[in-house]
Ligand binder design. Structure first.
Ligand code: SAM
Length: 194
């Protein structure tokens, strides 16, 4: 298995306008691209991938999404389609337990620490950051990795401290600072070569 956790610092926590993903939805366009790049190949879905998203924007944070590749149905890779699926999940009432919203898509009230605590029982947590070790040196040794990424803002200091507490390592995919969805494509590319 492979997994990704994307932290959406401004991504809103209520149903949003699909025509304004990059504006009033709090850069939900980044989240949609990350989900699509995590899950989709040409004409198919990676069934061995899970995607987690932490939504920290107004008006009701934190909320977490879980998207399970092996269960997903009726999802297309375009931002509007993924956005619609997130929007539906955000219309549900949430508590600490995962609640299904559509096939393979779950929502819950979880903060970063709760998510990391849960996920570190299943996955080896890897923090993606520009100054980490080169992914080429470690990719093929990773067992069940979950890669943590920030959005356009990155991770806030206190969130980064938490991630580093759980992370087995910090890994870099390029000498350049890339967009989060670009990092996901590179991670898949490197792991697919193993
Ligand atoms: C657009 S970047 C964030 C830029 C933000 N201004 C910052 O300084 O953190 C989004 C996320 O992609 C990941 N990232 C970007 N470039 C990377 C690289 N070269 N190697 C590993 N991760 C990277 C990091 O997790 C980062 O939080």
């Amino acid at each position: 298995m492979r997994a990704f956790l994307i932290v959406g610092n401004k991504a809103v926590t209520k149903p949003f306008n699909l025509n304004d993903l990059a504006g009033s939805a709090g850069r939900m366009d980044i989240i949609c691209r990350c989900i699509a790049q995590s899950l989709f190949v040409s004409h198919g879905i990676r069934r061995d991938v899970e995607v987690y998203v932490l939504l920290l924007g107004s008006p009701d944070p934190p909320k977490a999404l879980k998207i399970v590749g092996s269960e997903v149905r009726y999802m297309a890779p375009d931002e509007r389609n993924v956005g619609g699926i997130i929007r539906k999940a955000l219309s549900l009432d949430v508590d600490k337990d995962w609640r299904i919203s559509s096939p393979g898509v779950y929502v819950a009230r979880k903060n970063l620490e709760e998510l990391l605590e849960e996920l570190s029982r299943v996955y080896e947590i890897v923090y993606l950051r520009e100054d980490g070790v080169d992914i080429r040196d470690v990719a093929c040794d990773l067992k069940n990795p979950l890669f943590v990424l920030g959005d356009h803002i990155g991770l806030k200091e206190e969130d980064e401290r938490l991630v580093l507490k759980y992370a087995k390592m910090v890994v870099s995919v390029s000498k350049l600072s890339l967009q989060a969805d670009q990092c996901i494509v590179i991670v898949h590319y490197e792991l697919d070569r193993c």
